[in-house]
Design a protein around this ligand. Structure first.
Ligand SMILES: NC(=O)C1=CN([C@@H]2O[C@H](COP(=O)(O)OP(=O)(O)OC[C@H]3O[C@@H](n4cnc5c(N)ncnc54)[C@H](OP(=O)(O)O)[C@@H]3O)[C@@H](O)[C@H]2O)C=CC1
Ligand SMILES: O=C1OC[C@@H](O)[C@H](O)[C@H]1O
Length: 397
C-alpha cells in the first residue's frame, strides 16, 4: 500500500523550526505509524535564501528541498501542502494569514496568536478557503496525554473536580534573556503567560474541558494575578479558572494554572518536589511530572491504594534535537526524537482524511484559550503594541 506523503514548507529558521524539522526526518515507523510520511520540500528565512539553505542541510532535508529568502516565495511554492509557522508569537497572525491567503494548510506554533480576535480571523479564513489549520500544541498529541485523557474519560479517577498545573522554568531572566529576547520583549508578545502559561492552561483545558462531552464544554470564568518584568511583559502569572458544569457531571470544576520564570516545580531536576500537574477526581488522581510541555512520567494514585507509575519515550533513531527549551539549551538525547512528530502525524492524517482541524485541540478550543489569556491580560493591565494586537492584514511588523 502506498503511503500518504505530506509535503512541508518551513516558515522561519529559528530554534523550534530546527527541532520540528529534525523530527519530520524521523521515520514514522519508529513510532509504529505506517500509513503516512513527511517530506520537507522547502524552507524560508526572512533574512536570506542562504540561511534557509544552511537550515535545510542542518536538519537533514532532501537535497531537492528549495531554499527561499522570503516567506512570500514559500507560500507560492506549488509543491508545498502545509506550512509550519515558527516565528515569534507576535508574527503568527500575519504569517499564518499569508499562508492561508495563498491557499496553504497551516500548522502554527503556540501561542496561536497574540489575542482571540486574531485567532478568530484565522479560523474564519481557513473555513472560507476550506483549509486545515491547527495550533501546534505538540503536548496534546503525545501518547502520555492520550493516556491521561483516557484515565479521565474511563472514569478511573471518578468525577474530576480539580486540576493544578504549573509550567515554570527556574531561570533568572536577567541572566538568561536580554530585553530584546522573545521571552521578555513586548514587541514580540513576550512574557511567561503566552510562552509558558499556555502549557499550564493546556493541562487544565485538556483535563477539565476537552474530556467533557462536546455539548457540555463551557468557557471558564477567570480570576488571575500577574507580576510584571521591567520590560512590561509578565514574569509570573497565576490563574484560577472555574469551569461551569452540571451536577450530573460533577458540578463546577476548578483549574489552577501557574507559570513563572524564577521558580520551578522541579528544583533538583529529579522530580523530588513532586508532580507539576495533578488531576484530581473523587476516586483518585493522576499526576504528571515536569516539564509540562514535554513530560515523560506519570503516576496514578487511587483511593483504593493502587499506585501505577509510567514512563513514556519519544522514539527516534537518535536524530532528534532533544530537549529544546526555547532559549538555546539544547541537550541532544541519543535514541530519541523531540516528540513534535506526533503533531505532524496528526496534520498528515487530518489532511489525508479531509479533516480541517486537529482532533485533540480543535480551533474552537484554541480560541477559548486565547480568550482566557486575553482576560488575564485585561485583568492585570498587560497590553502589547497595537501593531501586533491588530487584526489588520497585512500589517508591516
Ligand atoms: N513547541 C515548542 O516546544 C516550542 C515552541 N516555540 C514557539 O515557536 C516560536 C518561535 O520560537 P523560537 O524558535 O524559540 O524563536 P527563535 O527566535 O529561535 O526563532 C524565531 C525565528 O522567526 C523568524 N523571525 C521573523 N521575524 C522575526 C523577528 N522580528 N524577531 C525574531 N525572529 C523573527 C526568524 O527566522 P528567519 O530569519 O529564518 O525568518 C527567527 O529565527 C514561538 O512562538 C514559540 O512560542 C518555541 C520553543 C519551543
Ligand atoms: O514552547 C515552549 O516550550 C519550551 C519552553 O521552554 C519554550 O520557551 C517554549 O516556547
Amino acid at each position: 500500500m502506498s503511503k500518504f506523503t505530506l509535503r512541508w514548507g518551513i516558515l522561519a529558521t529559528g530554534g523550534i523550526a530546527e527541532s520540528f524539522s529534525r523530527d519530520l526526518t524521523v521515520n514514522p515507523e519508529t513510532r509504529k505509524v505506517k500509513d503516512i510520511q513527511h517530506e520537507i520540500v522547502a524552507a524560508a528565512s526572512s533574512s536570506s535564501a542562504d540561511r534557509a539553505g544552511q537550515f535545510l542541510k542542518k536538519v537533514g532535508a532532501p537535497s531537492s528541498a528549495k531554499a527561499y529568502g522570503s516567506y512570500e516565495e514559500l507560500v507560492a511554492d506549488k509543491n508545498v501542502d502545509i506550512i509550519y509557522v515558527a516565528t515569534p508569537h507576535s508574527h503568527h497572525y500575519q504569517n499564518a494569514m499569508l499562508c492561508l491567503e495563498a491557499g496553504k494548510n497551516v500548522l502554527c506554533e503556540k501561542a496561536f496568536t497574540v489575542n482571540a480576535a486574531q485567532a478568530k480571523k484565522l479560523v474564519e479564513k481557513a473555513k472560507e478557503k476550506n483549509l486545515f489549520l491547527m495550533e501546534a500544541v505538540w503536548t496534546r498529541y503525545f501518547p502520555l496525554s492520550v493516556y491521561v485523557r483516557e484515565v479521565i474519560t474511563s472514569g478511573k479517577i471518578g468525577k474530576v473536580h480539580r486540576t493544578f498545573a504549573d509550567l515554570s522554568i527556574g531561570t533568572q531572566p536577567e541572566d538568561a534573556f536580554d530585553n530584546s529576547h522573545r521571552m521578555v520583549n513586548p514587541e514580540l508578545a513576550g512574557g511567561a503567560l503566552l510562552d509558558l502559561g499556555i502549557y499550564a492552561l493546556t493541562w487544565v483545558f485538556q483535563t477539565l474541558y476537552h474530556t467533557q462531552p462536546e455539548s457540555a464544554r463551557k468557557a471558564p470564568t477567570v480570576a488571575s494575578s500577574l507580576k510584571k518584568y521591567p520590560t512590561g511583559a509578565d514574569e509570573m502569572t497565576t490563574m484560577l479558572l472555574t469551569f461551569p458544569r452540571s451536577e450530573e457531571l460533577g458540578g463546577d470544576a476548578h483549574g489552577i494554572a501557574t507559570t513563572a520564570f524564577r521558580v520551578t516545580p522541579d528544583p533538583d531536576g529529579k522530580g523530588s518536589a513532586g508532580p507539576a500537574i495533578r488531576v484530581q477526581g473523587d476516586k483518585g488522581e493522576v499526576q504528571v511530572f515536569h516539564p509540562a510541555f514535554r513530560p515523560t512520567k506519570t503516576k496514578l494514585i487511587l483511593n483504593d491504594g493502587t499506585v501505577e507509575e509510567k514512563e513514556f519515550t519519544h522514539p527516534g533513531p537518535g536524530k532528534g534535537s532533544g530537549f529544546y527549551n526555547g532559549f538555546g539549551d539544547d541537550k541532544n538525547s541519543e535514541g530519541e526524537g523531540h516528540g513534535m512528530f506526533w503533531e505532524a502525524d496528526e496534520c498528515a492524517f487530518a489532511i489525508k482524511e479531509g479533516r480541517k482541524e486537529g482532533q485533540y485541540e480543535g480551533l474552537q478550543e484554541s480560541v477559548v484559550i486565547m480568550e482566557t489569556m486575553d482576560e488575564v491580560r485585561k485583568q492585570n493591565g498587560m497590553t502589547y503594541p497595537e501593531k501586533i494586537e491588530t487584526t489588520k492584514y497585512p500589517t508591516q511588523l
